[in-house]
Write a protein that binds this ligand. Structure first.
Ligand code: GAL
Length: 958
């Protein structure tokens, strides 16, 4: 036994990628070579500094009986109930002094220890070798097996393998891993996410029989002209490749061309094959496809594609980035069910099993390297490692570990050099290496606006106007860039309520060929489950520096419940367009897939009167080819009396169960108006009857002095008045670095959250009670002259609100409507948009119909509480013993707390239900936009302070 006492920790701050590891290679699960998972409970000891403990723990016979335990894979800061430190969240700031490659003396270091026996049927140690594989360790590890130091490595989300056959024993093997939270590698891993040290992916021992596979590269292209695929499997160890379904049986290195069905994200045809060498059989899953940039467009198998993508970080609210296979599958299924066709693996290669799922279910993948140096922006990018040759070996090592690991996945169509790392020679070196190693895929990097190193022009958060200019080719740029296709690798910042404006982006993407779609930022909120706070975000662990809830900006909540943003995105990117005029009796159906025809879908019509379906049936639609449209005749509308609002609802459903969705899963839909709703008229019969303290009018009673509404029938109503305030959304607040106006801040400056209501007159007239007021903030001349005019036909009560702005209004209003409290309300029924929330620029998925919900279910649980839950286009709503009709339609919301309480809450657990349900009936809402990290709402979604008039009719119901 060799046991070296090497207590030096110099490697931690060394810019080199490490030493001792094997060269990177393809990741696969062998058919017949044995493997042993070393996941499970490991002994664990935490020290404050890298060198606090010597390495005697790695020697055989060391007694770790007194140590704690952690789960591997896992992050120690998420285990041990705080005993092992806590997570830190920063967006781009390094949570340590920037002095590369030095790291703080206080460097949490976790010693991990695991003793294992080889299974009884493990091949004799003389037969072949063995490899120890780490799939992910943050951020730097040093490894000993049976007392021998076998090496150290950095590159947290990349695999590292060590040859260990000569060190193994049948029983009592001691595997010791020392993990440092901070290392030189941390400078390359400044992604916007929690800093989470630990062995967070699998640890596996692989038997390597003599003559087994080392590395191999499956080249499988598709010629769309001939319909043939060409397969060539290059292997470091010679062998044969068989693909039974294609009658292929060739030597490695030998190309073979046969007719095949191609692989695409829409039609993920995989062929099972085997690579057999003398010592091993490796299963292959081959997808034939060819990716090129041609005529300035990204083409797969000869056709331009449109990315309808998301940025996916690996996240689990309890396990952090240690994802189990079921969670990965859940992500893929959720994406497929929401019409998403692409994933950017922001900002590091995911667990390799995720890419298997992308191959299998069909998603285009932009595989991104584990590289970000964003914090250097604070010093004008001085000393940026990507522009310093000393770091280039580490960068090339990262590029190689990604490409070699993932090169056999048909789903990967682009390699991304990393994220937000500025520009520099190191990136160029990576791009050159990747182009040389794999000419069959494109190279992406957003930071390179001149496209010196890349094959596509990529940007993040460009606003609509700029995207349109790019689409038109009017954006200039380098000569090379002008010839390249464009994608938005990040847009539609899904922080809190939003993102708004994505339908407007999609219209542009579909209008201009050069625009090949984009990737919403981002898939999931990285909230951490917390006993008191519900979900924790930045600052909740007492971090010295943090970026608050900027870490919660996903289309799904931390527990993967879809947010309204995901429903919106699904509708916006639906692969079938259904359009037309309802009264014309036909619909135009367009296949918006890039490859699939419509044969997997069944269409259905429904005819609705006042939101109620009075007839429905199948709608025959031809199996249109991609891009084709057809005019489809609708049936005769069902005979039905009455005068209500009429519309068609046409749906495209899965005709049969698919691997990702059940039969009848809705893929696309549209509603076509046939006849508008008749307006609700209330003929005033009789005027207000003044009493001593109350004025009565029809079913209602008012305070005679103030004109305030008190009751409608038996229902007590409190505090009915004009309301313009909403708890600012993350997008209202905007990000501090944004150039545009940040309305959350401006609204507060102008006091829209503390409007005063001055009573000017209470005028009981012949047929109406009129209450005149002025609603205005202290300190400003701005105001809203507001008149409430009440009439009744004896049983119903009508309120008409007239608002006239006074002064120089330069800010839009958050909302404009009325609010009031009801003492008892739980169930809500309404006819209008639903089932989920909608705002002016997030209303695509709002479907007109009859809906019901409890008040609690109306709330959208954004991790940081903010305005939410409005239902659009509401014709009428019933709750708390009242029916309310709107003229015109209104935005409806109801909650068990006030907007002010919602505004003050930091976490959902701060919201406490009171006795009153607060109802908002809004004539207008300001748009949502994406300004938490992007453009604000487009001008057409502004709620301008303008003269407005709107009415509601209230009737008591049984
Ligand atoms: C981008 C960055 C992402 C994330 C996002 C804001 O600039 O690439 O990692 O920080 O902004 O949420």
């Amino acid at each position: 036994m060799h046991f070296r006492t090497t207590d030096s920790t110099d490697y931690v701050e060394d810019v080199s990628p490490g030493s001792g590891a094997l060269p990177p290679r393809a990741w696969y699960a062998s058919s017949d070579a044995r493997s042993l998972s070393l996941n499970g409970r490991w002994r664990f000891r935490l020290s404050e500094t890298a060198g606090a403990e010597d390495d005697s723990f790695a020697s055989e016979g060391f007694d770790a009986g007194g140590w704690a335990e952690v789960a591997v894979p896992g992050h120690w800061v998420l285990q041990g109930d705080g005993a092992f430190g806590s997570p830190i969240y920063t967006n781009h700031l390094y949570p340590f002094p920037v002095d590369p490659p030095r790291v703080p003396t206080r460097n949490p270091t976790g010693d991990h220890l695991r003793v294992f026996d080889l299974p009884e049927d493990w091949p004799a140690l003389s037969e072949g070798g063995a490899v120890l594989r780490f799939d992910g360790v943050e951020s730097c590890a040093r490894v000993w097996l049976n007392g021998t130091d076998i090496g150290e490595f950095k590159g947290s989300r990349l695999p590292h393998e060590f040859a260990v056959g000569h060190l193994l024993k049948p029983a009592g093997n001691v595997l010791a891993v020392r993990v440092h939270q901070w290392s030189a590698g941390s400078y390359l891993e400044d992604q916007d996410q929690w800093w989470l040290p630990g062995i967070f992916r699998d640890v596996t021992l692989l038997h390597r029989p003599a003559g087994s596979v080392l590395d191999f590269f499956v080249h499988a292209s598709y010629d769309h002209v001939t319909g043939e695929g060409t397969l060539r499997v290059d292997s470091d160890v010679d062998g044969r490749v068989t693909v039974p379904a294609l009658d292929i049986d060739v030597a490695t290195g030998e190309p073979v061309t046969v007719p095949v069905e191609p692989w695409t994200a829409e039609t993920p045809r995989l062929y099972d094959g085997i690579l057999a060498t003398e010592g091993e059989r490796v299963p292959l899953r081959i997808g034939f496809r060819t990716v090129v940039v041609e005529d300035g467009l990204i083409k797969v198998n000869g056709r331009a594609i449109l990315f309808k993508g998301v940025n996916r970080h690996e996240w689990h609210p309890e396990k952090g980035r240690a994802l189990d296979p079921e969670t990965m599958r859940e992500d893929v299924l959720l994406m497929k069910r929401h019409n998403i066709n692409a994933v950017r693996t922001s900002h590091y290669p995911p667990h390799p099993a995720f890419l298997d799922l992308c191959d299998e279910y069909g998603l285009w993948v932009v595989d991104e390297c584990d590289l970000e140096t964003h914090g250097f922006t604070e010093q004008a990018w001085r000393d940026n490692p990507v522009d310093d040759d000393r770091w280039t070996p580490a960068l090339l090592d990262r590029a190689a570990r990604m490409v070699e690991r993932d090169k056999n996945h048909p789903s990967v169509v682009m390699w991304s050099l990393g994220n937000e790392a500025g520009t520099g020679r190191g990136l160029t070196a990576m791009a050159e290496w990747i182009h040389g190693r794999d000419g069959s895929r494109l190279v992406h990097y957003e930071g390179d606006w001149d496209c010196r190193d890349t094959d596509v022009y990529s940007r993040m958060y460009a606003d609509h106007a700029e995207v349109e200019r790019i689409g038109q080719g009017l954006d200039g740029g380098t000569h090379k860039r002008r010839g390249l296709p464009f994608i938005q690798c990040e847009y539609g910042h899904a922080m809190g309520n939003g993102p708004g404006g994505i339908a407007d982006y999609q219209r542009l993407f579909e209008a201009y060929d050069r625009l090949q779609g984009g990737f919403i930022w981002e898939w999931i909120d990285h909230g951490i489950k917390h006993p008191e706070l519900g979900y924790a975000y930045g600052g909740d662990f007492g971090e010295e520096l943090h970026d608050g809830n900027f870490v919660c900006d996903g289309l799904v909540f931390p527990d993967r419940t879809p947010s309204p943003g995901l429903a919106e995105y699904k509708k916006v990117i639906e692969p079938v367009r259904i359009e037309g005029e309802g009264a014309a009796g036909t619909v135009r159906v367009t296949n918006a897939y890039d490859f699939a025809d419509l044969s997997a879908l069944a269409f259905e019509w429904a005819y609705d009167i006042d939101g109620e379906t009075v007839g429905a049936g199948p709608l025959p639609v031809p199996a249109l080819a991609p891009g084709e449209s057809a005019e489809v005749k609708l049936p005769e509308p069902p005979a039905h009396g009455g005068v209500g609002e009429r519309q068609w609802t046409v749906r495209a459903l899965l005709a049969d169960e698919t691997p990702w969705g059940p039969k009848e899963h809705v893929v696309a839909w549209a509603q076509l108006l046939v006849a508008e709703r008749p307006s609700a008229s209330v003929a005033a019969s009789g005027g207000p009857v003044p009493g001593q303290r109350l004025v009565t009018l029809g079913p209602a009673a008012f305070d005679a002095r103030t004109g305030e509404l008190r009751t409608i029938g038996a229902v007590d109503v409190t505090g009915l008045r004009l309301d313009v305030w909403r708890a600012p959304t993350d997008n209202d607040d905007g990000a501090s670095w944004q150039d545009g106006t940040r309305y959350g801040e401006l609204w507060r400056k102008y006091g829209l959250h503390r409007m005063q209501h001055r009573l000017d007159a209470v005028e009981p007239g012949d047929d109406a009670l009129t209450v005149r007021t002025r609603v205005a903030p202290a300190a400003w001349e701005l105001g809203l002259a507001t008149v409430y005019r009440w009439t009744s036909d004896g049983t119903r009560l009508k309120l008409t609100v007239s608002v006239t702005p006074e002064g120089d209004w330069t800010v839009p209003l958050p909302r404009l409507g009325i609010r009031f409290g009801l003492p008892r309300a739980d169930r809500v029924r309404w006819f209008g948009g639903g089932p989920g929330e909608a705002y002016p620029d997030t209303r695509s998925a709002s479907m007109l119909g009859r809906w019901h919900s409890s008040v609690d279910e109306l709330q959208t649980p954004y991790v940081r509480p903010q305005e939410n839950g409005a239902r659009a286009d509401v014709r009428w709503a019933e709750l708390g013993g009242l029916r309310i009709e709107g003229e015109p339609e209104f935005w409806f919301s109801a909650r068990r707390w006030t907007n002010e309480q919602l505004d003050a809450a930091r976490h959902l657990t701060d919201l406490r239900s009171g006795d009153t349900v607060w109802v908002n009936l809004d004539h207008g809402q300001h748009g949502i936009g994406s300004q938490s990290c992007g453009p604000g709402p487009l001008p057409q979604y502004f709620l301008k302070a303008e003269p407005a008039e709107f009415s509601f009719v209230f009737s008591p119901i049984g």
